[in-house]
Design a binder for this molecule. Structure first.
Ligand SMILES: O=C(O)CCC(=O)C(=O)O
Ligand SMILES: [Fe+2]
Length: 332
């Protein structure tokens, strides 16, 4: 894989003529800690389930607003580290974890106007030993001298978001009438959670660049935290790009009505930096990515290929990120 340096000068790439200034509806907004239903599906049963989940999250107190504030400010500090420190956390050749870019497949390719820091967070045994010890302390997953785990911010965030993802996935299973066992087997303890922290520097000519190229996430479920209140995420709705206003202390669950991942992109501001953290949840090693068996049996046909998760990931990262193109590769 070709590696590029962190973004400093990004060549013009996009003209945002298709931007629709409208806003998306959000009628299920509640107080913190909440899950923003902006991007959730329209299946009535799912909405009802999510509403229950939202209430449950409050009861269980998954996240305190103060915790999220701490996490957000640590992310800001993390991207503000001096370049010398960042270099210690650089992506290594043919790896995607660390500071840098993903989906770079050629030297000629124009880069998005953003930097990222990517980490596999779950399962814990997949955390990179060459990266974790170098993370700044509030972040770091660090056993203390008695080998008792100190739960630092990043680790706590990862664990809690994983719990939310597991609950949402089981709710999705019941809304889709898949057996809960089938979903549990797919997203078991080996569930892979990859965290992608995005940093979009301001650009004096924002209409000439794109922060994050249009794409749809290729994982099971994405839980997105908009770290500051600068607008930039847009989703494609009825062929138009629609901005998603950041809500303080809300998560976005990226999926849509029939749970296909919605196409989205990041645009940049002329004055303010923007940060976000996407936690992608996917099946673990050795599993198959493809249509769920019980649905294929019901519909008597499979519309997509089934491949091992290893093949799926390999193919994904050797392509450019490009709208929903990878889904077409999987289509039979
Ligand atoms: O920055 C955002 O709001 C979107 C990030 C995103 O789509 C991603 O990391 O896949
Ligand atoms: Fe995304």
């Amino acid at each position: 894989m070709v590696k590029k340096k962190l973004t400093t000068t990004v060549p013009p790439r996009y003209v945002r003529s298709d931007l629709d200034k409208g806003e998306i509806d959000c009628d299920l907004r509640t107080e913190i800690p909440i899950i923003d239903m902006n991007l959730l599906g329209s299946l009535a049963s799912m909405d009802a389930e999510i509403h229950k989940l939202d209430l449950a999250c409050k009861e269980w107190g998954f996240f305190q607003a103060s915790f999220l504030d701490k996490f957000k400010s640590e992310i800001q500090d993390f991207f503000n580290l001096p370049m010398e420190e960042k270099k210690k956390l650089w992506q290594q050749p043919s790896e995607i974890e660390g500071f840098g870019h993903t989906f770079v497949v050629s030297e000629e390719q124009k880069l998005d106007w953003s930097d990222l820091f990517l980490l596999v967070m779950q399962p814990v045994h997949l955390r990179k030993p060459h990266l974790f010890p170098k993370l700044p302390l509030p972040f770091r997953f660090a056993p203390n001298s008695n080998a008792i785990l100190i739960k630092d911010t990043l680790d706590t965030y990862s664990g809690e978001v994983k719990s939310i993802a597991k609950i949402l996935l089981s709710k999705m299973a019941s809304a889709l009438m898949i057996t809960p066992q089938e979903m549990e087997k797919l997203f078991d303890d080996e569930l892979r959670q990859t965290m992608r922290m995005n940093y979009y520097p301001p650009c004096p000519d924002p209409d000439q660049v794109i922060g994050l190229i249009p794409h749809s996430d290729s994982t099971g479920l994405t839980i997105l935290l908009q770290v500051n209140e600068v607008e930039g995420l847009q989703i494609k709705k009825n062929g138009k790009w629609v901005p998603v206003k950041p809500l303080p202390n809300a998560f976005l669950i990226i999926t849509n009505g029939s749970y296909q991942s919605i196409e989205h992109r990041g645009v940049v501001s002329s004055e303010k930096e923007r940060l976000s953290v996407a936690a992608f949840h996917n099946v673990g090693m050795g599993k198959e990515v493809g249509p769920v068996r019980s649905l294929v049996e019901k519909q008597k046909a499979a519309f997509f290929k089934s491949v091992t998760v290893e093949e799926y990931r390999k193919d994904l990262f050797t392509r450019k990120l490009d709208g929903k193109a990878y889904l077409d590769v999987m289509r039979i």
